[in-house]
Design a protein around this ligand. Sequence first.
Ligand code: AMP
Length: 398
Amino acid sequence: MENRLVLVINCGSSSIKFALRQEGQSLPLASGMAERLATPQASLKWRAGEQQQESALADGEHRSAMAALLALIEQFADQPLSAVGHRVVHGGEHFTGASIIDAGVMDAIQANAPLAPLHNPANLNGIRAARQVFASIPHVAIFDTAFHQSMPAHAYRYALPNELYSVHGVRRYGFHGTSHQYVTNQASLMTGLAMGEGAWLSAHLGNGCSSCVVLDGKSLDTSMGLTPLEGLVMGTRSGDVDPNLHAHLARTLGWDIPRIEQLLNRESGLLGLSGLSNDMRQLEQARAEGHSGAHLAVEVFCYRLARSLAGLAVALPRLDGLIFTGGIGENSALVRALTVNHLAILGLKLNAEANTSLPRGIAGAIQNIGSPAILVIPTDEERQIAEESLALLDAPTS
Ligand code: AMP
């Protein structure tokens, strides 16, 4: 069948994001979100082209939200769905790529729940509900961690006693794999290389932020680790701090683990540094008006990003280019300029005019002559999930 349809699902504890994707199309046929599930305020919002609608979900459980999606799909689809692609956060070491979901795969997702206690159980909930409602088609799991399973041990091991790794799985896993994979594939196409070829640094800068180094389609290292807290400064997450900070706060302030987790995940990052906001748009405006906290937050964000990228570059034999993506990477000319300014050591030189005049939502090159490519590429994780789901269906079974 041509131009097959895939329903992409990203299920959280109280929400289901979805997109109905058609093979070969860059935009979804329909997309939206069921929110506040399991409460009386449960609702389903969607848009399809010019049409959009919000309606209450009478019985706001995951299963009835899926049933409402089925009705919606029947309205917009001219053929049956070929697959449902599910975003799953943590695949641990078990999953190195997309997997057709069966009972064994569901058990393995459950077994990885200690590594992502908020996300994996919610993802599984969505899978169970979707398999009931869309019972006759294959369901595929796509893991945020899988792309980084190509990292060598010298990149993924912490300098901790071996048993913590071998018995308890304490190692660096990395996240945002779907996004880093998508934008590096696009970067190859934009620069005339074969799909997946090239030596890239990738910066996914949204509310969560991570950097990644990719050589010929394989992640060699990334800034996030055992959890998505490691690495870069993010909206409300601290990124790297001295690991002894925990003990210091416990000793000097009497804080317990939940309080420290709250601090590092919800009160830090751009929000903590600026004392104002986790939102880069607001910080840029406040910085322009002379707010010293906003100024500091943006400076630290860009310096730490550049430091991470320069560190990751040691994994490459050469550098074909640097990619900016995510809400901040795609939209903030200021963040791109300040970051590249710190990266002269890699030969990166920005074309200031191209940087500021790039239209929103459009991919483009913003480097000066003689520099490795500097690319702005809108990420599209749903498209990547849909394409990987179909590729798995097409793969010969062994
Ligand atoms: P995401 O999680 O990918 O949706 O990205 C969210 C982040 O992107 C927030 O910090 C937003 O402030 C930031 N963002 C979105 N649009 C802009 C913009 N035009 N300029 C600067 N930052 C932006």
